[in-house]
Design a protein around this ligand. Structure first.
Ligand SMILES: [Zn+2]
Ligand SMILES: [Zn+2]
Length: 176
């Protein structure tokens, strides 16, 4: 697999039972398959700690805002930038096709410092969304299929900030 940021070759690295792809000889970015991010994004998760040591070549660090092409999908899927949490400080690149995530160098460390646990992250997200969209969510729960469709894309956008709302059937306003 080639690095989406600097086009170097990604190498596999196994830490704590998890195998990820890192741009070790290049920009030090990190590729995580679907659902791997949640195994390394908290401070107590030692696999994530080990991945912070990847240093790479500072001269190859990515610049610019061009979206990355997914390194895993062969169909040219373009990755989307999503906020990692309701703090809106860190964006990560996610492939809409395979669900993989690309982290530029430094992003893993930054997001591991945001919340100590998944529970703390979830609580912060719930409070924020209740504040912003509480009425809207209640309404969507009651209304038509159109709204359900909108709610689905809404839930998709929330995948990183509120993973439990993304998992089918695990939302308190109904199953997707
Ligand atoms: Zn790279
Ligand atoms: Zn992909």
């Amino acid at each position: 697999m080639n690095c989406p940021a600097c086009e170097g070759t990604l190498s596999e690295k196994t830490v704590g039972g998890l195998t990820v792809d890192v741009c070790e000889d290049g920009c030090a970015g990190l590729w995580l398959d679907n659902f791997e991010l949640e195994k390394v994004d908290e401070q107590h998760e030692s696999a994530g700690e080990a991945l912070l040591d990847v240093t790479g070549d500072p001269g190859l660090r990515p610049e610019g805002d061009d979206p990355y092409a997914c390194p895993s999908c062969s169909d040219g899927s373009v990755m989307h930038r999503n906020f990692f949490s309701v703090k809106r400080e860190i964006e990560v690149d996610e492939c809409p096709t395979c669900g993989g995530v690309w982290l530029d160098v430094g992003e893993l460390g930054a997001l591991r410092r945001q919340y100590e646990t998944e529970e703390a992250k979830r609580r912060a997200a719930e409070e924020e969304y209740q504040r912003m969209f509480g009425d809207e969510l209640d309404r969507m729960r009651r209304e038509s299929l159109d709204d359900l469709q909108r709610a689905r894309s809404f839930a998709h956008a929330l995948r990183f900030v509120l993973p439990s709302y993304w998992i089918p059937g695990d939302q308190d306003w109904g199953a997707y």
